[in-house]
Design a protein around this ligand. Structure first.
Ligand SMILES: CC(C)(COP(=O)(O)OP(=O)(O)OC[C@H]1O[C@@H](n2cnc3c(N)ncnc32)[C@H](O)[C@@H]1OP(=O)(O)O)[C@@H](O)C(=O)NCCC(=O)NCCS
Length: 222
């Protein structure tokens, strides 16, 4: 098999895909967890558990059913051994064709598990930056981009980014916004996103060590 998959297929995700999407996300972020004693994601949503994945799947279904700006795309690859298509990554975007109030949304996971203070501190800071730089104009938000660890570095994330940007462009959007983790940063730079601001979180407040830095990034098409 070549290093880069030639047959990555990107399709809109369905409600039936959501349990798999939650598993892929959990696996993608589990690597970061191994490097820190307790990662930001674990602080906010609790340790890896079937309950957390199931709540995340419900949260994604809820988003699809109630938020018409949501666009969920899955990346599939046909596995040679089984000839079956497997979901290996996904992304979620919001097409904000009208200016948004940008209120904090309810997340079904934070109701039951994890640290709500950390959740509100982190997402509150992201929202403040979005409001500061993007309020009053239409834009496309990239909310999540994840690839299964064993498929990373082979073009899946790039294919999802290319597809998402193209679909938003077709919808008439030309401004893109995201908050990059350390893993995604260099990929976003390659796609022309530029640094706008930073969001730091001190994890010692929540019984862990160190701090995280997310880079708020923007891309404007001519
Ligand atoms: C960030 C993430 C989604 C990237 O997904 P990915 O599938 O590994 O992305 P790609 O394979 O398209 O790109 C990764 C690298 O391979 C390179 N690459 C991909 N296809 C290539 C090709 N055909 N030729 C040469 N290089 C290629 C990319 O340029 C990139 O290089 P970089 O590491 O220097 O940036 C993935 O690492 C992940 O899920 N991380 C954990 C979750 C996370 O942090 N998500 C981001 C939140 S903001």
């Amino acid at each position: 098999m070549s290093k880069y998959f030639s047959r990555i297929e990107i399709l809109p995700a369905t409600e039936e895909d959501c349990p798999t999407l939650a598993q892929v996300e959990e696996a993608a972020f589990s690597q970061a967890r191994q490097e820190e004693s307790r990662s930001l994601s674990e602080i906010m949503f609790g340790p890896p558990a079937a309950e957390g994945e199931s709540l995340r799947a419900q949260d994604l279904v809820h988003k699809m059913q109630t938020d018409p700006t949501t666009r969920l795309y899955k990346a599939t690859i046909k596995e040679e051994a089984t000839n079956m298509k497997r979901i290996v990554g996904w992304s979620v975007w919001n097409h904000y064709l009208e200016p948004q109030p940008m209120e904090e949304r309810k997340d079904t996971r934070s109701r039951l598990i994890g640290n709500e203070d950390a959740f509100h501190e982190f997402f509150g800071a992201l929202l403040r930056a979005r409001k500061l730089y993007m309020s009053g104009k239409p834009f496309c938000l990239l909310g999540v981009l994840v690839t299964l660890p064993e498929y990373q570095g082979r073009g899946v994330g790039s294919a999802l980014l290319e597809f998402g940007i193209s679909e938003a462009t077709k919808a008439g959007l030309s401004e893109f916004w995201l908050e990059a983790s350390a893993d995604g940063y260099s990929l976003y730079r390659k796609f022309g996103f530029e640094n706008v601001d930073f969001v730091h979180m001190d994890l010692t407040k929540y019984g862990s060590v160190g701090q995280t830095k997310h880079v708020c990034m923007k891309k404007s098409l001519p």
